[in-house]
Design a protein around this ligand. Structure first.
Ligand SMILES: *Cc1c(COP(=O)(O)O)cnc(C)c1O
Length: 370
C-alpha cells in the first residue's frame, strides 16, 4: 500500500456529482471570470466568517499583496513577518517596495514570536503579517496588543488555517484583513489558483477590491492603477460546493491528528505538535520533530509512505534574502527546528487502514532500533 502525502483525488470522488454539476453550470452560463458564481461564493464566505466584506482574488499571494497595497504600504515602510513560512508571506512585502523584517518563532508552536516582533519595531514599521502556520493560531492576544500600542496594521495570513480559532474567534477576523489561499491542497482547495481577503473595514475593502480589479469598482471608472487578480467562475463554483464540507473535513483532519498524537506520545524520539491552549488547530499539516529526521523520512519512503518538510530552510536563510546577511543566531529557533521537522501524511480522507500502516511502520522502526 502506497500512502501519498495528500490525496486530492479521493476528495474529488467524495463530492464528484455536486462538483461536476457546479462546473457544468458555469460553462452553460459562460460565467468564466468573476460573475454570479464568484459573487455568491464571496457572500457565502463572508457569512461563514461573520464579517462584512470578502474580496476574492487570483491566489493567496495576491490576497496578501493586495492587502498591503490597499493599506498604502510602500517604499520607506517596514513590515514584520515570521521567519518560518512559505515565501509568499514575505515576498509580497518586497513587491510593494517595503522592507521585509523577519521575527523568530515560538519554539512550541512554530508561529511568530511576539517578543521578537517588539524587538524589531522601528519608527518605519507599518504592519505585522502573522502566519497561522500548519493551521495553528499565532499568539493573537500578544500580537494585537503590540499592534495597538505601536499603531500597526495586522494582516493575518490564513492560507493554512481556514476556520481555525483562537479564544473562540475565527482566525482572519483579528486584524484589518485576513488572507486566504484556495490552492488545491489547502484545507479549502479550488481546482486551480484562487484566493480571498476578509475584512470588517469598509474603506480598506473598497480599496482592495479596486486594486485587484485594475483600480475600478466597475469599469470604466479606473480611479487608480491596480492589477488583474480575479477569481474564475469555475473556481468559485467548486469552492461553494466544498465550503459546505469544510467543517467536516477539518474535523476529519483533527481525528487523524489525534490518532497520530496519541500514538506518538509512546514513541520516545518523535515529538508530536503542541496545541496552543484555548485555540482550535485545523491541521493543514501535521508536523513532528525528531533528531533523526532524514533517516525517518527515507525509512518511511522505502516503506511507501510519503512525507514532506515545511519548510526545510527558514525564510531569512533562502538565497532570496542573502542581501539581508542573516546568520543562524539571528533566528535560533527557526534555524534549529528546520533541522528536525517532518510533515506526516495529512488529509481528511486518510483512511483507518492507511493510518494503521503509518503507525505500524513507525513502531517497527522503533523495535528494530532497540
Ligand atoms: C499557500 C500559502 C500562501 C500562498 O498562497 P497561493 O494561493 O499559493 O498564492 C501564502 N502563505 C502561506 C502560509 C501559504 O501556505
Amino acid at each position: 500500500m502506497q500512502i501519498p502525502f495528500v490525496d486530492l483525488k479521493s476528495q474529488y470522488h467524495s463530492v464528484k456529482q455536486e462538483i461536476d454539476t457546479a462546473i457544468k453550470n458555469v460553462i452553460d452560463e459562460s460565467a468564466f471570470v468573476r460573475g454570479s458564481h464568484v459573487k455568491s461564493f464571496e457572500k457565502d464566505y463572508k457569512t461563514l466568517f461573520g464579517v462584512e466584506h470578502c474580496i476574492s482574488c487570483g491566489n493567496g499571494t495576491d490576497a496578501l499583496y493586495i492587502s498591503l497595497k490597499a493599506l498604502g504600504i510602500g517604499p520607506g515602510d517596514e513590515v514584520i513577518t515570521t521567519a518560518l513560512s512559505w515565501i509568499a508571506s514575505s515576498e509580497v512585502i518586497t513587491q510593494c517596495g517595503a522592507k521585509v523584517v523577519f521575527a523568530d518563532i515560538e519554539a512550541d508552536y512554530y508561529t511568530i514570536d511576539p517578543l521578537d516582533i517588539e524587538r524589531k519595531i522601528t519608527k518605519n514599521t507599518k504592519a505585522i503579517i502573522p502566519v497561522h502556520l500548519h493551521g495553528q493560531a499565532a499568539n493573537m492576544q500578544a500580537i494585537m496588543s503590540i499592534a495597538e500600542q505601536y499603531n500597526l496594521y495586522v494582516i493575518e495570513d490564513c492560507a493554512q488555517a481556514h476556520l481555525g480559532k483562537y479564544r473562540g474567534e475565527t482566525l482572519g477576523t483579528f486584524g484589518i484583513a485576513g488572507t486566504f489561499s484556495f490552492y488545491p491542497s489547502k484545507n479549502l482547495g479550488a481546482f486551480g489558483d484562487a484566493g480571498a481577503i476578509i475584512s470588517n473595514d469598509e474603506a480598506f475593502a473598497i480599496k482592495a477590491r479596486m486594486f485587484a480589479n485594475h483600480g475600478a469598482i466597475e469599469k470604466p471608472d479606473h480611479v487608480l492603477e491596480g492589477i488583474n487578480s480575479r477569481m474564475d467562475g469555475i473556481q468559485a463554483a467548486v469552492l461553494s460546493v466544498k465550503l459546505n464540507y469544510l467543517k467536516k473535513w477539518n474535523q476529519q483532519r483533527k481525528r487523524v491528528a489525534d490518532s497520530y498524537t496519541q500514538f506518538l506520545s509512546q514513541v520516545p524520539d518523535i515529538l508530536p505538535p503542541k496545541i496552543r491552549s484555548d485555540s482550535q488547530h485545523v491541521f493543514h499539516l501535521y508536523v513532528v520533530q525528531t533528531n533523526e529526521r532524514d533517516q525517518l523520512r527515507s525509512y518511511l519512503s522505502d516503506e511507501g509512505i510519503d512525507t514532506s518538510i515545511h519548510y526545510p530552510i527558514a525564510l531569512p536563510f533562502l538565497g532570496a534574502y542573502d542581501y539581508l546577511k542573516h546568520c543562524p543566531s539571528d533566528f535560533p529557533v527557526a534555524f534549529s527546528v528546520t533541522q528536525n521537522i517532518l510533515s506526516l501524511p495529512m488529509y481528511p480522507e486518510l483512511a483507518t487502514n492507511q493510518l494503521e500502516k503509518i503507525l505500524d511502520t513507525i513502531i517497527q522502526r522503533t523495535v528494530r532500533k532497540k
